[in-house]
Structures are given as structure tokens and as C-alpha cells.
Design a protein around this ligand. Structure first.
Ligand code: GDP
Ligand code: MG
Length: 424
């Protein structure tokens, strides 16, 4: 950890490349040490030579005081053992606005970051979103790209909806790798990620995409006067008819963030995300919301190994390829300063911090947990994971299914949010 911080310092000040490389080699050794040490202990225990160190379970008293982790805050709230998607799933309780109601639309857009060569996958997803929802509500689509959209792209996308389509190019200063990132350190540290089987580790555009989705999208001038967004990704599927205005649902029922799927992250991709978050919170404890979801974030019991490698974060997160959110939250001083702090630390490039864990940690600390909503009625697939409700509004997905490969079912951590926050 100390070496990671030193690496960050080097990234900010000019140093000899040789020194950087030698030190990063030391970093490799250090980052790998805890796991190999644990493996050695286990192997030694198996051989009967040494007592195995138990996997450290989370203890509230290990948390720094400024997090305000009282026993009450860390207590288990609900234990749900059955699959809630197998019960009949209805529309959410609360104020619902129908397309025919004489009520204004929300200030909202369907938001898509996409490349020209993903047109086919996008058109399939647009067909689903239009069929299940938007043909009734007619919200505008906003498409973002780091390169200009081609004419073919624009023409075919326009033909897929009767709603307004906006095509936006991302300014270079929002997309390019920031100048404080040291390319030598990026190169070497991304090799560590490759050894840890982290997908897209050496793909610079993937790191930039995660950074943009973490802290840049809501700063784009085209969204300046827009409040709500529904993030849509090409090649995702929507299965269930949505007969109420989801944006109005959020606004009228005092919600800020909606999700469908929760999964664990690869802890090797976010080793220093939680420690860096703690540095930020130590400087700004005033941003913590009194009714936050801390217990969910720091849960060390469900996946102790993830919690250990991620240095105190469970890695359970809202899978952000679907999200319906209030950009005013992301624009808030708390979240935006948090993003700036993470950005300076360099983990979007030296590690592979995803926008999903970054959003989730920010929401989990700075937002009232009652404003987070599970859209269990929205049938969804982003390969390989589903949200599939039992409802006669759905076609084409098997109720209760989470993943096509049963061995991957343990990646589902949706019950953790119910356990430590709420199950409404
Ligand atoms: N314009 C643009 N969009 C990108 C780029 N990389 C990823 N995306 C988009 O970002 C989203 C996430 O990328 P994806 O490849 O699906 O990542 P995954 O879901 O984590 O496997 C998708 O909407 C992609 O279309 C890029 O370099 N440029
Ligand atoms: Mg994707």
C-alpha cells in the first residue's frame, strides 16, 4: 500500500524512468505478497507444519472512527433466503404516472455511450427499449462518443425511434488520459492486472471509458439542463413491458438511483479504491450521509477474500450498465469532489477502477439509502447476468434466472443490499 502511494507521488513529479520501473517491480512483489503469503500458510497448514491463519472476517472495530460505524449502523436488517424474483413481481408501490395521464414528462434522457462499430448491437437494444417503454413515453435519446458519429450511424439510429435523437462528441479534456498519469507506471501496473486475469487491463480506451462513466458524463454540456438519465448499453436486452414513467417514478417517490443487478467485482482491479476512499472521507467526514449504506460496503462476511484483496470493501456493487439516476447527485459537491480525488490518485489507469464500484461506493457513503431503488420489475440482460422477474409483463427470460452458467450464481450479491440496507 505504501508503495502504491509512492507510485502516485512519482506519477506527479518527473523522475527517472529507470527508478520508476525498479520501484514498480517492487510494487508487483508487494501487491502479490498477501495472497501468496495466505496460500503458503494454507499449504503449510495442509502439510500440518504450521497453523493456518483464519481468513479475517470483518470487525466493526477495525473501521476508522470518522466513518461513524456504530453497531446499529452495521447491524443486519433483513435476511432473504428465497429468490424474490420467483414471487409474483408487480410494479413498484408508490405514485405511478401512465403515458395517458395528463402529467408532464420528467426532465430526462436515455443516455448511451457507444462506438460507431456497435451500431448493430445498439439497434437491437433500442428496439427492446422502445417496445417495452419508450414508444409510450417518448423520451429523447442522447448518444455520446469520443469520435464523431458517422452519417450511417445517425441515420439508422434515427430510424429506430420516433423520439428526438441527440448525437454528442465528448470533449477531449473529458476523455483523454490526464497529464498527471505516468505512462511508464500505467504500462507496468497494467501488466500486473493481466497476471491477475483482469479483463481489458491493457486497453487504454476501457480505462478512459470507466473514468468518463465515473465522473465525466454528467459534466457534458449537452446534459447541463437535464436531471435524469437512464443508461443504456448496446447489446443489452429488455424483456418486460414497463407501463409507468420510470423517471416520474423516481422523482415523485423521492428516489435518486435505480439498479437491477448487484454483483461482486474482481478485487484485483480495485485494490486501492477503498483505501483511497477512506483518505477522502478522513478529509471530508461531513459528506457522509447519516443514513448511508456503510454496512453493505464494508461487509466482510459474504466474500472474505474479496474484502481482503480490496482492502476493506466487499466489492458488491450496482452493475452500472443499467442505471436510472439523478445527475444532481453526481453533480453534488460530495460526489464530484470524491471523483476528483479518485482521479488524482490515478487508479482509473494504474488499476482498473470501474464506474460501477465507484458509483456504488459514492452512493453508499453520500446518499440516504432509502433513495436507492431496485427495479425488480425491469427484465434485463447484459451478458452473462439477468434480472428476470416472474411477471406476465415479461417475455423471453426465465423467471428467477441470474446467469446462464450455474457455477456463476455466487457472483450475485443482490441479497447483501437487502441484508445491510433495505429490501423495499
Ligand atoms: N465511444 C466509445 N464508447 C465506448 C468505448 N469503450 C466502451 N464504450 C462503451 O462503453 C460501454 C461499456 O463498454 P463495454 O465494452 O460494454 O464494457 P463491459 O460492459 O464492461 O464489457 C458500452 O456502452 C460501450 O459501447 C470507447 O472507446 N468509445
Ligand atoms: Mg457492456
Amino acid at each position: 500500500m505504501r508503495l502504491t502511494q509512492r507510485a502516485r507521488l512519482w506519477a506527479r513529479t518527473p523522475v527517472l524512468t529507470l527508478v520508476a520501473l525498479v520501484s514498480v517491480a517492487a510494487l508487483i512483489l508487494l501487491l502479490h505478497r498477501p495472497e501468496s503469503a495466505a496460500e503458503e500458510t494454507t499449504a503449510a497448514a495442509a502439510a500440518g507444519t504450521k497453523k493456518a491463519a483464519p481468513v479475517t472476517a470483518f470487525r466493526g472495530d477495525q473501521l476508522p472512527e470518522y466513518l461513524g460505524a456504530t453497531p446499529e449502523k452495521l447491524a443486519v436488517k433483513n435476511v432473504i433466503t428465497s429468490n424474490p424474483l420467483l414471487d409474483d413481481v408487480d410494479e413498484p408501490v408508490g405514485i405511478l404516472t401512465r403515458a395517458t395521464d395528463d402529467a408532464p414528462r420528467a426532465n430526462a434522457t436515455l443516455l448511451v455511450l457507444v462506438r460507431n462499430n456497435e451500431l448493430k448491437g445498439l439497434l437491437g437494444t433500442m428496439r427492446d427499449v422502445e417496445r417495452t417503454f419508450n414508444s409510450k413515453f417518448n423520451y429523447p435519446w442522447t448518444f455520446f462518443n469520443d469520435k464523431p458519429f458517422s452519417d450511417v450511424f445517425k441515420r439508422q439510429v434515427r430510424a429506430a425511434t420516433k423520439a428526438e435523437c441527440r448525437f454528442e462528441t465528448i470533449p477531449r479534456e473529458h476523455w483523454d488520459t490526464p497529464e498527471w498519469i505516468n505512462n511508464d507506471i500505467t504500462e507496468v501496473s497494467n501488466k500486473i492486472l493481466v497476471e491477475d486475469n483482469i479483463m481489458y487491463a491493457q486497453m487504454g480506451s476501457y480505462h478512459r471509458m470507466c473514468r468518463w462513466n465515473s465522473g465525466m458524463f454528467y459534466k457534458h454540456p449537452a446534459l447541463k439542463d437535464v436531471r435524469w438519465y437512464w443508461r443504456v448499453e448496446p447489446n443489452t436486452r429488455y424483456f418486460c413491458s414497463i407501463d409507468y414513467d420510470v423517471f416520474r417514478y423516481m422523482e415523485d417517490n423521492d428516489k435518486t438511483y435505480g439498479y437491477v443487478i448487484n454483483i461482486y467485482d474482481a478485487p484485483q482491479s480495485i485494490r486501492t479504491l477503498w483505501p483511497t476512499t477512506l483518505e477522502f472521507v478522513a478529509k471530508h467526514p461531513e459528506y457522509l450521509h447519516p443514513n448511508n449504506s456503510l454496512a453493505w460496503l464494508v461487509d466482510g462476511n459474504s466474500r472474505p477474500n474479496h474484502h481482503r484483496i480490496a482492502n476493506g470493501y466487499s466489492t458488491c456493487h450496482f452493475w452500472s450498465n443499467f442505471e436510472i439516476g439523478d445527475m444532481n447527485f453526481f453533480r453534488s459537491e460530495a460526489y464530484d469532489k470524491y471523483f476528483e480525488y479518485l482521479d488524482q490518485a490515478g487508479g482509473f489507469f494504474y488499476e482498473r477502477w470501474g464506474d460501477a464500484p465507484v458509483h456504488s461506493v459514492g452512493l453508499g457513503l453520500f446518499l440516504d439509502q432509502s433513495k436507492i431503488h431496485w427495479f425488480k420489475d425491469i427484465g434485463y440482460l447484459h451478458q452473462p447476468y439477468y434480472n428476470c422477474p416472474s411477471s406476465n409483463k415479461c417475455r423471453g427470460c426465465k423467471a428467477g434466472r441470474f446467469v446462464t452458467t450455474p457455477s456463476m450464481n455466487p457472483e450475485n450479491c443482490i441479497n447483501n443490499f437487502f441484508k445491510y440496507a433495505h429490501a423495499d
